[in-house]
Write a protein that binds this ligand. Structure first.
Ligand SMILES: NC(=O)c1ccc[n+]([C@@H]2O[C@H](COP(=O)([O-])OP(=O)(O)OC[C@H]3O[C@@H](n4cnc5c(N)ncnc54)[C@H](O)[C@@H]3O)[C@@H](O)[C@H]2O)c1
Length: 252
């Protein structure tokens, strides 16, 4: 018996990377899953691989019409949606001076507005399904600043704040809303980044999409006393990096 038997989930950005691992994990625990993405080929291939209770649907998270269709089609295929994973995201690098207004707005649109639109559209369905959960994939960039990532950082802090408001608004109908804050995870998004960013972590390696998916499964199932909360999965990256030597302590 799976821990998500009888449940229906919609996972944005589910065609690859972290979203694909969450779709695979949820399906493996018995959920029916809509992989909602703009990458049709990868999304359809993954859905075919995961079996008959997994479907691909084109969804640009910035399109209200796409969200309406995704909800109707998912419920038409599988019944009430009780799990929403807002995972779709993009990154664009540049200092605040360098980044173009268009680039800034695009990152905010996908990472923050897209998640808001998802909750906005699915909230009535999630309330009806009672016992539902929304899982927002933020980042350690939603807990601290990173140079050259202003739009991304702003979007991920925004998503963290949106999580808390949604948790307050949906609690009365038994819907829990939490954010996950991954550190460096090996996915296509980070394929060009080197190991220097993980070297100083207490756990000095890249995380895997499956490790994030395990956290998402916990939030969908076991985390029955958590809402509005942040769940960090970063190899200890945000724990702090100062190493005090004897000389340092002598000088305070
Ligand atoms: N990889 C990391 O180190 C890391 C760390 C912290 C947070 N995250 C977050 O995790 C999430 C997944 O990232 P990933 O590393 O798997 O990246 P990825 O690039 O491998 O996957 C992102 C997915 O989002 C989809 N997507 C992009 N724009 C979309 C849109 N407008 N509508 C629908 N789908 C869209 C892409 O097609 C892709 O399938 C993102 O929100 C990212 O910000 C990733």
């Amino acid at each position: 018996m799976g821990r998500l038997d009888g449940r229906t989930a919609l996972v944005t950005g589910g065609a690859r990377g972290i979203g694909a691992a969450i779709a695979r994990t949820f399906a493996g625990e018995g959920a029916s899953v809509t992989i909602a993405d703009v990458l049709q080929e990868e999304g359809q291939a993954l859905a075919a691989d995961l079996g008959t209770r997994v479907r691909y649907q084109h969804l640009d998270v910035t399109s209200p019409d796409d969200w309406t269709a995704a909800l109707a089609d998912t419920e038409g295929s599988y019944g009430p949606v009780s799990l929403l994973v807002n995972n779709a995201g993009i990154v664009d690098f540049g200092t605040i001076e360098e980044q173009s207004p268009q680039s800034f707005r695009r990152v905010i649109d996908v990472n923050l507005y897209g998640a808001w639109l998802g909750i906005h559209t699915l909230a009535p369905a999630l309330r009806r399904a009672h016992g539902g959960a929304v899982i927002n994939i933020s980042s350690t960039a939603g807990l601290m600043g990173y140079a050259n990532l202003g739009a991304y950082v702003a979007s991920k802090w925004g998503l963290r704040g949106l999580t808390k408001t949604a948790a307050l608004e949906l609690a009365a109908d038994g819907v829990r809303v939490c954010s996950i804050h991954p550190g460096p995870i090996s996915t296509p998004m980070t394929a060009d980044m080197d190991d220097s960013m993980t070297a100083a972590q207490p756990i000095p390696r890249w995380g895997t999409p499956d490790e994030v998916a395990a956290m998402a499964l916990f939030l969908a199932t076991g985390a029955t006393y958590s809402t509005g909360s942040e769940f960090v999965i970063d190899g200890g990256a945000t724990t702090g990096s100062m190493i005090l030597t004897e000389t340092d302590t002598e000088h305070g």
